[in-house]
Design a protein around this ligand. Structure first.
Ligand SMILES: Cc1cc2nc3c(=O)[nH]c(=O)nc-3n(C[C@H](O)[C@H](O)[C@H](O)COP(=O)(O)O)c2cc1C
Length: 176
């Protein structure tokens, strides 16, 4: 285990971190896993797996998700008026892998509903949130999508966990 005493780099914050060190540092951050979906104006469905999800505000109810500028679905999310966030449950790592793979229609053969606003909704997620896109903020090589949560359904069960580049299970869920 790394020593928790870090070297003192002084007060000069000018040098950029190397991409490898940045990735390694971020891999220690434990997150849940989401699949974020939307529809484009022609009615085609789009979605991607995202761990860069966060709550933003309680009142109004806002969440955010960060989307890579190079994603095939970028244009669809940049133009659509809303998106749906699915928090994945334990055992849904296959679905996470499916939506992380680039390819043709990710929804072909998938069980799916449509929200009244036309957003593709996947069944069996642990939590499902339907959002109106409140704001888009370009940030480095990602686009921050801030959404107002208009509808949510929550299920029972444990979440799928992502830590150090792997899908994990919550151990025994006991309190620390
Ligand atoms: C566990 C996991 C978490 C991910 N988190 C994000 C994320 O937060 N933002 C993002 O843009 N891509 C993320 N990705 C990668 C995208 O899911 C992947 O590049 C996806 O194929 C992009 O959509 P596209 O097929 O439309 O290009 C993640 C992938 C995995 C496996």
């Amino acid at each position: 285990m790394l020593s928790r005493r870090f070297p003192d780099h002084g007060h000069v914050l000018t040098k950029s971190i190397s991409p490898d060190l940045f990735r390694a540092a971020l891999s220690h951050w434990t997150s849940g896993v989401t699949v974020v979906t939307t529809s484009d104006p022609a009615g085609s469905h789009h979605g991607f797996t995202a761990s860069a999800f966060s709550s933003v505000s309680l009142d109004p109810a806002l969440v955010l998700v960060c989307l890579d500028n190079r994603a095939n679905c970028y244009e669809a999310f940049d133009q659509s008026s809303g998106f749906a966030v699915h928090v994945l449950a334990e055992g849904q790592e296959g679905l996470a892998g499916h939506f992380a793979r680039k390819g043709a229609d990710k929804f072909a053969g998938l069980d799916m509903d449509l929200s009244p606003a036309g957003l593709p909704l996947l069944p069996d997620a642990l939590v499902r949130m339907e959002c109106r896109t409140e704001r888009r903020i370009p940030a480095g090589d990602h686009l921050i999508l801030i959404g107002e949560v208009l509808e949510a359904q929550t299920g029972d069960g444990d979440p799928l966990v992502y830590y150090r580049s792997d899908f994990r299970r919550l151990a025994d869920g006991s309190r620390a």
